[in-house]
Design a binder for this molecule. Structure first.
Ligand code: ADP
Ligand code: MG
Length: 359
């Protein structure tokens, strides 16, 4: 186990344009941290700098308190698992897992012990004689993880390890990797573009956008207290509803429709002095009723139904904007139906539309 510390880390591939803009992150012993963000935001670059596979253009990476900027990958005591498995096709599973240990001249008896332990943990101990070609995608990914486990590294790095698997297997492996973390108690840094993986697996999530850290926090805080409009719009399926708004006497005006804000939120909104604001609410915090609109309810019109089995997503026209509400599966009112909408005042968000910061 080890702590990983990033201080002002910068990366430029061409010496001119930065793709990572000075990132600070502290990862504790035994923590499961997920880097999440859209494709191209710099997740792999950051991970590869921790691994020593990319040079660090500025700032410091430390492992267990020692700056490792100039250490080669093999001296950093980390193991990396990639999306494409990178197994040796002509070696069987046992030899694939043993390879790194043999290079390090580990005694054969110890190699056997470690490979068998990892294989049992990953439930591949009955197929160690097979070659990778005879395995399914999920089994290959297990071998790649097993190869990392036998190394007993200080830190595990995963770069989108489940992206090549189908949805069901991805779900299975997600819970297996999480259980593995509980068993090993290892420090894990895991990169994904999938916010569901991030939310379900992480102790803490670093949300990245365009080479910058948007928020580094628990899944609960990322979801319920997003620090930036980007985080709000990236998390949740569907994500938070976001709409341009102005403030008028304690209300958010969404273009003709006004939402009463809790006094503290309205005060923060006006104190910010921002002319352009964004109003946010998650789909599960919008409820629909047939009552005539009261002070806390606003009129809306159903525009689309998406039944998901356990629930139905209902798109609504509210003022000049469109929002999604997560409703009971039994909801069947057709498009065109006019309803009253209640927005839970404890779950309203305001953001500065220019800086993106939460207010
Ligand atoms: P992610 O893993 O989040 O999809 P990457 O870290 O791969 O993002 O890429 C971040 C940025 O760096 C992108 O703009 C990408 O085009 C650029 N980039 C990545 N690898 C290289 C490279 N080897 N040379 C030049 N630019 C690169
Ligand atoms: Mg990547």
């Amino acid at each position: 186990m080890a702590a990983v510390d990033l201080k002002g880390v910068v990366k430029s591939y061409d010496g001119k344009l930065n793709v990572i803009h000075g990132i600070d992150l502290q990862i504790q012993h035994g923590e499961f941290v997920v880097f999440v963000g859209p494709s191209g935001c710099g997740k792999s670059t950051l991970l590869r700098m921790i691994a020593g596979l990319e040079t660090i253009s500025g700032g410091e990476v430390s492992i267990d308190g020692h700056v490792v900027n100039d250490l080669p990958p093999r001296a950093r005591d980390i193991a990396m698992v990639f999306q494409d498995y990178a197994l040796y096709p002509h070696k069987n599973l046992y030899d694939n897992m043993a390879f790194g240990l043999r290079l390090r001249k580990t005694p054969e008896a110890e190699i056997k012990q470690r490979v068998m332990d990892a294989a049992k943990l990953l439930k591949i101990d009955h197929m160690l004689e097979r070659k990778p070609a005879a395995l399914s995608g999920g089994q290959r990914q297990r071998v790649a993880i097993g190869r990392a486990i036998v190394r007993q590294p200080k830190v595990f790095l995963f770069d989108e390890p489940l992206s090549n698997l189908d949805a069901q297997l991805r779900h299975e492996m997600r819970s297996e990797i999480k259980r593995l973390h509980q068993r090993l108690g290892a420090t894990i840094i895991y990169v994904t573009h999938d916010q569901v993986e991030a939310m379900t697996m992480a102790d803490r999530i670093a949300v990245l956008s365009a080479g910058k850290k948007m928020q580094y926090d628990t899944p609960d805080n990322i979801y319920n207290r997003p620090a930036a409009v980007f985080v709000a719009g990236f998390t949740g399926a569907p994500p938070m509803n976001l709409a341009d708004c102005t403030l008028t006497s304690g209300r958010a005006d969404l273009g003709g429709t006004q939402i009463v804000l809790p006094p503290e939120l309205a005060a923060r909104g006006s104190a910010s002095g921002s002319a352009k604001l964004k109003f946010g609410i998650r789909p599960e915090n919008i409820t629909l009723s047939r009552l005539s609109p009261s002070d806390l309810e606003v009129p809306a019109e159903v525009s689309l139904l998406e039944p998901l089995g356990a629930e139905t997503l209902v798109s609504l026209k509210i003022g000049a904007t469109e929002m999604v509400s997560r409703c009971n599966a039994a909801f069947r009112d057709p498009p065109g139906t006019r309803l009253a909408v209640h927005m839970n005042p404890r779950h309203l968000h305001l953001f500065d539309a220019t800086t993106g910061a939460a207010l």
